[in-house]
Design a protein around this ligand. Structure first.
Ligand SMILES: *Cc1c(COP(=O)(O)O)cnc(C)c1O
Length: 382
């Protein structure tokens, strides 16, 4: 029998908002008892939109009910519908394909780059047809997609480009913020994301004022914000909560420090784990331009054994996306018959993500790295 682990480090911290609990309760009290009794799309939401537009240099920022909904609203605003094709990554989270299907269009799966683990622009280009309307690029674990190549591809072929930066807030590439390479970008504020909060929410950022006006309408049943009960478009209910807006405004000044702390930990992991490349464990490319510190994801043929080894030693790890999108029952009917996505399949088999959050201590990161190194020292007999 193995002894119980001496320590337990969860994959996601239950204490992410510990420093801000009083502020959250105070916010609920203030808004709950305030004279305006405005709980959605009020002054605080507008203020958060202005702040994030300012921070990212976007002309417009439109808050909505989730990252998934942000994708849905952008697709609708771009007029994507039946008969259209949207090129999406073959590896990633369900909304990348589900929102396209919901719009009545067809997701066309592009294989990924084996190092970045994001859609490969050359693979995407080979899939363009006369029906292609939009390219949807998404950032994944900590390496941004090749956005200069996607921007160039979209411009050359006259396509629209959506940048799903739901988890990449804080990343920059060639001085441009994640979310700002596409015609529109998306952020998610769900708990675990880099600017997460204790609730649901998302944001669309864009320089396209007409697109932003459409997204604004579509998030509130197609009304224009001036005339209530005049519906210009078939819209959605995707409004933003004032308590969450106030909480995000409270947390915004600390965001850069939390991102810096995450980046420091990612660098610490890399110092320890990059040397394992010769022993069957591949760490992400060294930090630098186009990186953002979300989770820390490594590749290994012995992924399931590493996960078990970490669990034995009290470390929570996550396997994001154990199968590529076209291999899910929900999406297989949309996949090109006979298509294959070897890099996506390889990533689904080999990726494993390690904990990375601002309130991990250096000692915990070292302990996790020690545990991974000890595993790499065992031979491939597990
Ligand atoms: C989290 C995430 C989403 C969905 O955001 P929600 O706010 O959970 O709806 C979409 N795309 C990517 C890449 C994500 O990481």
């Amino acid at each position: 029998m193995t002894a119980p682990p001496i320590t337990t480090i969860p994959f996601f911290s239950p204490e992410l908002f510990e420093q801000d609990r009083e502020a959250l309760l105070e916010t609920v009290r203030a808004i709950g008892t305030g004279p305006e009794q405005t709980f959605i799309l009020g002054e605080r939401t507008a203020c958060l939109e202005r702040e994030l537009a300012g921070r990212t240099g976007a002309r417009e920022a439109v808050a909505c009910s989730s990252g998934t909904s942000a994708l849905t609203l952008i697709l609708a605003a771009m007029g994507v519908g039946p008969g259209d094709e949207v090129i999406v990554p073959a590896f990633g989270c369900a909304p990348l394909a589900a929102t396209v299907v919901d719009a009545g269009a067809r997701p066309v799966f592009a294989d990924i780059d084996p190092v970045r683990l994001t859609a490969d622009p050359a693979a995407a280009e080979s899939l363009i047809t006369s029906r292609t309307k939009v390219l949807l690029a998404a950032h994944m674990f900590s390496v941004m997609a090749d956005m200069p190549a996607f921007r160039d591809l979209a411009d050359r072929r006259g396509l629209r480009l959506i940048e799903d930066s739901a988890l990449a807030q804080g990343g920059t590439l060639r001085g441009r913020a994640a979310g700002r390479w596409g015609d529109a970008g998306v952020y998610s504020f769900v708990q675990v994301k880099t600017f997460g909060m204790p609730g649901e929410g998302g944001m669309v950022v864009t320089d396209d004022t007409a697109l932003a006006a459409d997204v604004r309408m579509l998030r509130n049943h197609g009304q224009d914000g001036v005339h209530r009960f005049v519906h210009h478009r078939i819209g959605h209910n995707s409004r933003f909560d004032e308590v969450m807006a106030a909480f995000q405004l409270h947390r915004l000044p600390g965001l850069d420090a939390r991102l810096a702390r995450r980046a420091e930990m990612a660098a610490r992991y890399s110092r320890r784990l990059a040397p394992l490349a010769g022993r069957g464990l591949v760490a992400p490319p060294e930090g630098g331009d186009g990186r953002f510190p979300y989770v820390y994801t490594v590749l290994t043929e012995r992924r399931d054994a590493l996960r078990a080894h970490l669990a034995e030693h009290g470390v929570g790890a996550h396997v994001y996306y154990p199968r590529p999108l076209p291999a899910h029952p929900a999406f297989a009917p949309y996949a090109r018959p006979g298509g294959s996505w070897p890099n996506a399949e390889d990533a689904a088999r080999r990726t494993i993500s390690l904990p990375l959050y601002p309130n991990l201590t250096d000692a915990q990161v070292e302990y996790i790295a020690d545990t991974v190194c000890a595993f790499a020292d065992t031979q491939g007999d597990r």
